[in-house]
Design a protein around this ligand. Structure first.
Ligand code: ZN
Length: 242
């Protein structure tokens, strides 16, 4: 469990399995994804390293609503008072009005050592149950969010129905959520790849073309190490792994 400074105003939090990010722009803070419930304490650590406090957090933005990306969301809402923003497609899932769809590809991998280790981590960090939040502010595709970092929402469905990449254009950073990964949760292998579990595999492959066209020089996934390079370079490597 760790908080790592990637650059000024850009922090990676979470574990070797699951990432979330804390960014600062003009003294105000946005949390990008939320990780597992027990990662909640890492926010204080990231804010302390930034010289900021919970009241400086203006927004919590989710790439999608799977439990490993919104586990700590209720805790972050309570400690910061900030709203949760999520794609208009998944806002009803975030609040529990609609049931999430199932990802495919999971069952056949449960025997793998990497999966057993991941499941142990999920159990130990309260990450197996669905999380909901009391309210979620929806945003559309191609919308520039009025949050610190002015993140741009880019629809990249497939891993989940309303999945969004979030682009911090001023800094050349793409938070790609699970539209791509650099860690294969099922096998433990590393490098740019399509996430091994998707709600709609064909759509997830199509969304690589959307990612490919994005500007930037740093790709930050929900799972795995940062990728230093353009989204096009990351996607080229991911395609080779298909
Ligand atoms: Zn994930």
């Amino acid at each position: 469990m760790s908080v790592t400074k990637l650059d000024d105003g850009l922090y990676r939090c979470g574990s070797r399995w699951v990432n979330f990010y804390v960014i600062e722009d003009g003294g105000e803070v946005t949390i990008v994804d939320c990780g597992l419930p027990s990662y909640e304490g890492q926010l204080d650590e990231a804010l302390a390293q930034m010289g900021r406090s919970p009241s400086d957090v203006d927004a919590i933005v989710l790439t999608h609503t799977h439990p490993d990306h919104m586990g700590a969301a209720p805790g972050f809402m309570a400690t910061t008072g900030a709203p949760v923003l999520v794609s208009d497609v998944e806002a009803p899932i975030a609040t529990g009005e609609r049931k999430p769809a199932k990802v495919s590809g999971l069952l056949g991998t449960l025997w793998r050592p990497s999966m057993l280790s991941l499941i142990g981590h999920l159990i130990g960090n309260k990450g197996l149950s669905n999380t909901t939040v009391s309210a979620a502010t929806p945003f559309g595709d191609q919308e520039i969010l009025d949050v610190p970092g002015r993140l741009k929402s880019v629809a990249t469905p497939g891993h989940s129905s309303g999945h969004r990449a979030l682009v911090w254009e001023a800094r050349g950073v793409v938070f790609c959520g699970d539209a791509m990964a650099t860690l294969d949760l099922a096998r433990g292998t590393r490098g740019p790849m399509l996430h091994p579990f998707n709600e709609d595999q064909a759509q997830a492959v199509e969304s690589l073309a959307v990612l490919e066209a994005l500007p930037g020089n740093l790709l930050l996934p929900g799972h795995g190490e940062p990728f230093k390079g353009t989204p096009a370079q990351a996607v080229e490597a991911a395609r080779r792994s298909l």
